[in-house]
Design a protein around this ligand. Structure first.
Ligand code: B4P
Length: 190
């Protein structure tokens, strides 16, 4: 069973590449961004709590995010793609514990590398093109807050997996197909 953390800053293409990996390998997709947005639009207590953080470009508190993932990890899956999770070292440690309870573990963390200007541009473009744009995609200051949160709180997660010998880095700039080929090559090695 292959369990992959698809890692990278906001707008690196985690969601885009996850969709392609699921179609090819039949992985179970767990995107905390998608799960939180679903809770938000359903107006649940969790969604209402998450909203204030998400709409201001901040990370949602660990305990809310960990709870959302926990119930979804089952040993029956063919493998998981964790997309946008873990985003803090505390989340990475909690994920290891949750997986261990099911007799599984992370196979690899694959990091998509994209520079800050490209990230900002991609997210602004997505905000302009979308029919129902995400509130956090519409404002350049908010996008910069998300990137700042990434460098201060999320980047150390790469070191966490590196220290376990489980980190691969992939160039995240180029055509979506080209990046997907490089990602698939990493997955096939596992
Ligand atoms: P997410 O939903 O995870 O969103 P993201 O990081 O902005 O996007 P992603 O990297 O998936 O980019 P995409 O493929 O869409 O998080 C949103 C918010 O939720 C966070 O700010 C936070 O508040 C909260 N949250 C989520 N998880 C959390 C956690 N674990 N802990 C705490 N808080 C959490 O690509 C972006 C754009 O680029 C798209 O328009 C795409 O078409 C384009 N693109 C992709 N690849 C490209 C390429 N190769 N070339 C050109 N454009 C490309």
């Amino acid at each position: 069973m292959k369990n992959i953390v698809l890692f990278g800053p906001p707008g690196a293409g985690k969601g885009t590449q996850s969709e392609k990996l699921i179609a090819k390998y039949d992985f179970t997709h767990l995107s905390t961004g998608d799960l939180l947005r679903a809770e938000k639009s359903a107006g649940t207590e969790l969604g209402n709590k998450a909203k204030e953080y998400m709409d201001s470009g901040k990370l949602v508190p660990d305990e809310l995010v960990i709870g959302i993932i926990e119930s979804r990890i089952t040993p029956e899956s063919k493998g998981f793609i964790f997309d946008g999770f873990p985003r803090t070292v505390a989340q990475a440690e909690a994920l290891d514990v949750m997986l261990e309870k099911n007799g599984i573990s992370i196979s690899r963390c694959i990091a998509l590398e994209v520079d800050e200007e490209e990230l900002t541009q991609r997210i602004l473009d997505r905000g302009k093109k979308a029919e129902n744009p995400r509130p956090d995609d519409l404002n350049e200051d908010l996008i910069r807050t998300r990137v700042k949160e990434y460098y201060s709180k999320t980047a150390p997660v790469a070191d966490y997996y590196d220290s376990k010998g489980k980190l691969s880095k992939i160039q995240g700039v180029g055509s979506i197909e080209e990046i997907f080929e490089n990602l698939s090559a990493e997955v096939d090695k596992l």
